[in-house]
Design a protein around this ligand. Sequence first.
Ligand code: UD1
Length: 416
Amino acid sequence: MANYIIEGGKRLEGEVKISGSKNASLPIICASILNGKKTKLYNVPDIHDTQVTLKILRYIGCKVKKDNDKIEIDSRYITKKEIPEDLMHQMRSTVILAGAILGRFKEVTFSYPGGCDIGARPIDLHLKSFKKLGINIAENYGFIRCSCDKIVGTNIDLDFPSVGATENIILASVLAEGKTVITNAAREPEIVDLVNMLKKMGAIISGEGTNIIQIEGVKELKEVKYRIMPDRIETGTFLCAGAITGGKIKVTNCIPEHIVPITSKLEEAGCNILIEKNSIELKAPTRLKAVELKTMPYPGFPTDMQSIFGTVLSVSKGTSVITENIFENRFKYLAELKRMGAKNKQEGNVAIITGVRRLSGTNVKSTDLRGGAAMILAGLNAKGTTTVTNIEYILRGYENIDKKLNKIGANIRIEE
Ligand code: UD1
């Protein structure tokens, strides 16, 4: 099993180019099933999660060609309408494949999805929404079989603005009969990216980016070429890496308006931020300041940045308070940080962090994808050597994080 070894204490300085978004790529790759034709995607990150999704697409019968960040998917010859259990278990967003396969074939069989252990992660909202669209659901021996003669548009009010459920409803409704209206829909930029791709394919959708999305079913979709948006969580991760090392970095190929809650918290912590059209420059102070933050659905502070920001706050002057409102299990990284000398305590969904001057290197584990990135940042700050284990979580979602960090002055390597 591979580990990351980090020699800490290097001030990061330079430019980092942000890759395509993981969370936009996954539903967009799934959406290529819908047209029954060719789809060309650009700026797709080469990470474990996109590789697993493409593996499933090949398994069901799609032809997939990959050339660096370009992917061509031909979904004409799909023969299977079930998702293999072992692949389904490798990541959470495989559940989005259900909406796409259902949308095209009106049947799909899958098992409960896997993914990071950051909370219960039920799929009740997905299944409830499928039922409202007239889809029959039968659960047997851990498998869920969905089928119907036709999908009929309807009104769906989500109990919570779930990103995955909103995407699944959109994918299942673009080829439905009539109109589907989602109220309390998620407003995340990745949903807007998925809708932009579907519209280019010929779908009729409006309201994306707001909490009411309307989908007017169409009979057929066409071939499409689409460029995936930049990853806003990777953008935030590198800015935080700059902040925790007292560095001066510029992230390019990003969309600054997607990460306003992150840049404003970094400013509040004392960083100097310069925003341009597609880039953000950050200059960190000698010592960061404590801040308070609460995770919320978009446009609030993203839960995916909570552990990464919490690590930055572990070396900020004063006491910070973090409230996690989305996933109940996202504080596991706090115990790992304590092993590096951080001072923190958890009370329910609130973390109280008292900043220390600097962390000390030791062996720590990735508790999940973002918790793993948080450990890398801790290692960049720490005195001495940090070994980060369970890095398969990190490889799920970050493209070349070690190479990108070394380019701006870090000392991180993979040890097999
Ligand atoms: C997506 C992102 C993930 C991010 C999350 C919240 C992808 C691949 N993943 O995950 O990185 O952290 O949005 O921004 O895009 N819930 C239910 N029932 C359901 C579905 C969700 O109770 O059927 C709850 C979840 O337990 C959680 C909350 O709703 O408490 C938010 O989950 P959701 O928005 O669905 O997250 P994901 O789509 O899984």
